[in-house]
Design a protein around this ligand. Structure first.
Ligand SMILES: O=C(O)[C@H](O)[C@@H](O)[C@@H](O)[C@H](O)CO
Ligand SMILES: [Mg+2]
Length: 383
């Protein structure tokens, strides 16, 4: 069998799907994208496709190594996302050829179902209580919200109090009937992370995510040393070679590699195993579409240390497209009571893509950009 063609489709809300065709008619799908840089990743995919077209898609490991080591300059969000989408499609094809879900090809499941969580509150957390009540009615009891809005490198008491007040409201409304992670989203600097984790400690969030930017990872052990709240990070780390430093330094309790940014299934299975060796939990990042989510879940089902799966149904970014929209077999990704995802039954990734809709929506994909925030003094603020 040989790969004959790779086609990319940018679609609303801000995703990209990759279709990989073969000379035997088996088709695989992937979801390479860097949110806000879809066209850059699209160019990278087509540059890299010369190393894939004409190759046997069964040789996933060799194709991965060629894509990664074949370029003198390597790594980073764009290239590792391009490799991720190609890798996902290769696994989809292998499963379809062998008639087995990807998790079976990876040694079989270690769990019967996978706990997921959902976003509430949007960029500027508001209406959180109402949104949590609504999701609780649908069985969700685990959530994530942005921990704060803009935060200067030395923030004000007012900004800290606003962050704490939100969390206090949640505990007042729900007690410990809900769990929630706080995503600092890289908005907070090292000096303020110390202040915020101290003030938030009494409310016991399930985790604090990206308490500082990935490029400030040397602060994770220091922040962890001052709090019992588990520290989570990883959505902006793109390979084993980045995660190894974080795992060696310590401080991280939960890693969150993104299956569409960190080299795909082949790479993230290895990252998950590395984390298990350090007794670190896995909670893959996934604010994206169905193929990305399916790729996460296949890794979750075979990773003993997988604890929580992010999924984007109803997330504030999904304007103009939702996770199930592009699927023919929507029941494959329904979540049961309690927000658990069940193992895919179909071969490969288990997603039957509605190609006609993908093609139609790709005609007007939009061009999502993340907001550009500024502090009151006019300087750029981390979004
Ligand atoms: O945890 C999360 O989902 C992320 O921080 C998410 O908000 C970002 O990755 C966003 O998708 C970037 O465009
Ligand atoms: Mg995040």
């Amino acid at each position: 069998m040989k790969v004959t063609r790779i086609t990319t489709y940018r679609v609303p809300p801000r995703w990209m799907f990759l279709k990989m065709e073969t000379d035997e008619g088996v088709v695989g799908w992937g979801e390479p994208v860097v949110e806000g840089r879809a066209r850059t990743v699209e160019a990278a995919v087509h540059e890299l496709s010369e190393l894939v077209v004409g190759k046997n898609p069964a040789h996933i490991n060799d194709i991965w190594q060629t894509l990664y080591r074949g370029g003198f300059y390597r790594g980073g969000a764009v290239f590792m996302s391009a490799i991720a989408g190609i890798d996902q499609a290769l696994w989809d094809i292998k499963g379809k050829v062998l008639g087995a879900p990807v998790y079976e090809l990876l040694g079989g499941r270690v769990r019967d179902r996978m706990k997921t969580y959902c976003w509430v509150g949007g960029d500027r957390p508001a209406d959180i209580i109402a949104q949590m009540k609504e999701r609780l009615a649908h069985g969700f009891d685990t959530f994530k919200l942005n921990g704060c809005e803009e935060m200067s490198i030395i923030g004000t008491s007012k900004a800290v109090d606003a962050a704490v007040a939100k969390v206090a409201q949640i505990r007042e409304a729900f007690g410990n009937t809900v769990e929630f992670g706080l995503d600092f989203h890289g908005r907070v600097s090292a000096p303020m992370a110390k202040v915020l984790v101290k003030e938030l400690e009494p409310f016991r969030p399930l985790f604090i995510e990206e308490p500082v930017l990935a490029e400030q990872a040397e602060h994770y052990p220091r922040i962890a040393a001052q709090t019992s709240i588990p520290i989570a990070a990883g959505e902006r780390m793109y390979s084993r070679f980045e995660f190894k430093h974080v795992l060696e330094r310590g401080g991280i309790s939960i890693i969150q590699p993104d299956l569409s940014h960190a080299g795909g299934i082949t790479e993230c299975v290895k990252i998950a195993a590395m984390a298990e060796a350090y007794d670190v939990a896995l909670a893959p990042h996934c604010p994206l579409g169905p193929i990305a989510l399916a790729s996460c879940l296949h890794v979750d089902f075979v990773s003993w240390n997988a604890t929580l799966q992010e999924q984007s149904m109803g997330i504030h970014y999904n304007k103009g497209g939702e996770v199930l929209d592009y699927m023919l077999n929507k029941d494959a990704l329904t979540l049961d009571d309690g927000g658990y995802a069940l193992p895919f039954k179909g071969p490969g990734l288990g997603i039957e893509v509605n190609e006609a809709l993908v093609i139609e929506r790709s005609r007007d994909p939009g061009d999502w950009r993340n907001p550009l925030w500024r502090h009151p003094d006019g300087s750029v603020a981390e979004w």
